[in-house]
Design a protein around this ligand. Structure first.
Ligand code: DAH
Length: 330
């Protein structure tokens, strides 16, 4: 019987050698060490063995049980990963990656810049933190002018004797463009401007403007209106119109408010979009351009207004709250 035990043990171990997955390990366990397995059967047959052999046979059988149990544990670890990992289910729908898109304001800005680009305007840039020269003085807004009041501006602490502020208008970039280059100059500048306004449906303390400047010999008001007219048609459709109403800005003479006629939800309406005019000779002089030789036009339009009218957005705050449910609509 000892021999039989030895033989069975050898067989069990050799079968265990070829186990490669959890299912065959389970079959092996049931066959050899399960409650109705072969080991159990041999143990049963011990009862009928001669009495004097029982102790040694029992000891040997216990050994075999230990050998097979530990073999099972070893194998289980070996194929353990196979047991734990479920087969890959290729019918699962998978995770949907959220589709991103550019903010409606960024897309409006890109459109505007493209339209003016087609008319030969380059893009100019200037800083959002400005000095008083570029935001006021060079634009013919003298010391003591009400537009310089602290209640209407975000002033910052002085640096090297220069007081700085967050720019209140992109007209600052007109000055920077004329300081940096000689006429002919034909540029647009888009960017953020800041004013201490109380937030409501039409006001926000930060918003965007698009500024235009064209300085050359013989530039007239006709060039200005033609440029705005082409812009209106490209931006608001082939039936859009432009209207100028006399107004006043320190940096243009004459000056006008710009209205554009556009179709909003089926109704044609005039919408005020900004200001414009012929660059004041004092402004040209302040940047060293001779107003006897060169003339220029300038305009400044509100980007949020354009975006809101084009897309039927009734509250400016929606543009900055970044509620994904709102942004997804565009
Ligand atoms: N800077 C003016 C504003 O913020 C808008 C403006 C008016 C810009 C007339 C211009 C201009 O370039 O010529 O209200």
């Amino acid at each position: 019987m000892l021999q039989q035990i030895q033989q069975q043990e050898t067989q069990a171990l050799s079968e265990a050698q070829s186990i490669a997955d959890a299912a065959s390990l389970e079959v092996w366990r049931i066959t050899w060490i399960g409650s109705n397995g072969k080991l159990k059967a041999i143990m049963e047959s011990l009862k009928s063995a001669p009495k004097d052999q029982k102790p040694s046979l029992g000891k040997r059988l216990n050994e075999m049980k230990q050998v097979l149990d530990s073999e099972f544990e070893l194998r289980k670890q070996g194929v353990g990963t196979t047991v734990a990992r479920p087969a890959m289910d290729l019918t699962e729908p998978g995770l949907r990656m959220g589709e991103g898109r550019r903010h409606i304001l960024s897309r409006t800005i890109a459109d505007i810049v493209q339209i003016f680009g087609r008319m030969g305007f380059d893009v100019a840039e200037g800083p959002e933190v400005e000095d008083e020269w570029h935001n006021f003085t060079a634009l013919n807004i003298p010391d003591g002018h009400p537009a310089r009041e602290p209640t209407d501006n975000f002033y910052m602490s002085e640096q090297g004797g220069v007081r700085r502020l967050l720019r209140t208008q992109t007209s600052t970039v007109q000055i920077r463009a004329m300081e940096a280059g000689k006429p002919p100059l034909k540029v647009v500048a888009v960017g953020r401007v800041y004013r201490p306004d109380t937030h409501d449906a039409t006001h926000f303390s930060m918003f965007h403007q698009i500024e235009g400047l064209f300085v050359d010999k013989g530039v007239t008001m006709v060039d200005l209106k033609t440029t705005l007219w082409h812009f209106a048609r490209a931006c608001f459709g082939p039936e859009a119109e432009v209207r100028m109403r006399p107004s006043f800005f320190p940096f243009t003479e004459p000056s006008a408010e710009v209205d554009m006629k556009m179709c909003i939800k089926g109704v044609w309406r005039w919408v005020e979009l900004g200001g414009c005019g012929m660059v004041d000779p004092a402004v040209l002089t302040s940047v060293g351009i001779d107003p006897e030789v060169f003339t220029g036009f300038a305009f400044g339009l509100g980007v949020e207004r354009i975006a809101m009218r084009r897309h039927g957005i009734s509250d400016i705050r929606l543009l900055f709250e970044n509620d994904i449910r709102f942004l997804r609509q565009f």
